[in-house]
Design a binder for this molecule. Structure first.
Ligand SMILES: [Zn+2]
Length: 77
């Protein structure tokens, strides 16, 4: 079976984002305070609400994460 999480790697999105560099959504304040619009919080990676990211762990997901951090993966060569 593919996609087995490594030990110590949380599947919680907030923890995953923290591990990626603690980048916060501009709407995270509203989310944290439990405001009614929290369900429409924009994803920090794709900027969509609801989130429209590829599944975590896929090349597309990491491309989004790298773009967010201003990195490029260099084609892997
Ligand atoms: Zn997303």
């Amino acid at each position: 079976m593919n996609g087995t999480p490594r030990p110590g790697v949380s599947r919680d999105p907030a923890a995953v984002l923290a591990a990626l560099g603690a980048v916060r959504s501009p709407d995270s304040g509203a989310y944290a305070s439990g405001q009614p619009g929290a369900s429409a919080v924009r994803c920090v990676l794709c900027g969509h609400a609801p989130c429209d990211c590829p599944p975590f762990g896929t090349p597309g997901y990491f491309a989004l994460a790298d773009r967010l951090h201003g990195r490029t993966r260099g084609g892997g060569a």
